[in-house]
Design a protein around this ligand. Sequence first.
Ligand SMILES: [Zn+2]
Length: 369
Amino acid sequence: MNGIPVLCGLALAVNLAAALGQAPSPVSAGAATVHAGNRILTGWGGGKAGDVVPKAAEVGFSELVVHHDDAANFEAFIGLGKQHGIGIYAWLYLGDIPAWKKAFPQADPPLQVMSPDEQETLKKIQADKTPGKSRYQFGGEPVNEREVLETPLLCFHDPRVIDAFKKQIREMLSFPGVKGVAFDYFGYRNYRCCLCQTSQMQFETYQNKHPGLPREQALERFSLETLVDFNNRLSAYARTVNPEAKVITHIYPVFLAEPLYGNRLDLDVCTQTAAWYFEPFWSTEKIKAYAHIIANEANRYHPRPHGAALIGVGRYPLKSGERLTAELQAILDGGCPRVHVCSFNDVLTNPEAAKSFHNFFGGNYNPGF
Ligand SMILES: [Zn+2]
């Protein structure tokens, strides 16, 4: 695992009180102490505002990320959110072909391009209809030798993509009371680079500027630097539209050369995966180690960002309440008080999951906004 230190010396201590449903106490994690009052729970999902917001408030969510396409529903989210002390973000994602069409109705979307081998891998993944898809990780850290993302993504090396997304951001921030924008799917479909003509031309220029770098290393650096730059330019743009707007992101799909690159992004909250959805479930040692890096190295490059740890919650495979409690406790033990969960709908509709999150974030633990 690149960039992840060996953490054999860290003791794992799952809080039994929390596992039993009692209120967890503040936990020490090296230099950082996570107090209950610092905890912030953010959820990504959808649904009707009236069905979601009151329940989310009960569980202890402080923030929700939802799509803004249905303007009336989005306004209802903001209005109900205000009543319940929940900030609402608009969800901006790199697979948003309709957003492209809105900005450039006459032009084909510039989609990312993969190698023939990667296309072959994609076909195999798409043909696999078994329930666990042979341990395919859907954009998380791969378990199998080679994986790619099923979802087509726009190539952000094409300058028109940033223009289309600026238009989206203006539209999103025109809703009165919206807390900000949330980036998602900002990455590469093959988790490495894009091989379209635009990307290849820009890479050639990059190589000419860095003649000393071996090709593979240059491609890795070009791909990471341009990805970071795309995030940072859009984040800075959002602040020019509304200086009060917050910009948050979830690092996804994985960037293989440096999975925890999120602290390079100059935005308000950078969420990085600490406990992925699928089997094999991540060990609590790994969750704690990632949470520690996410929280403690958040300001390595920029003073602005807070680090947040993402827990994946889906319907298959289902995580038990006990499992979720152990994951949440490992994140707090790692020193990370900000937790994101996707999807919040899968928490709200599952009483066992809702209880686990409520035990850490509900009632007095909700700082309110
Ligand atoms: Zn490209």
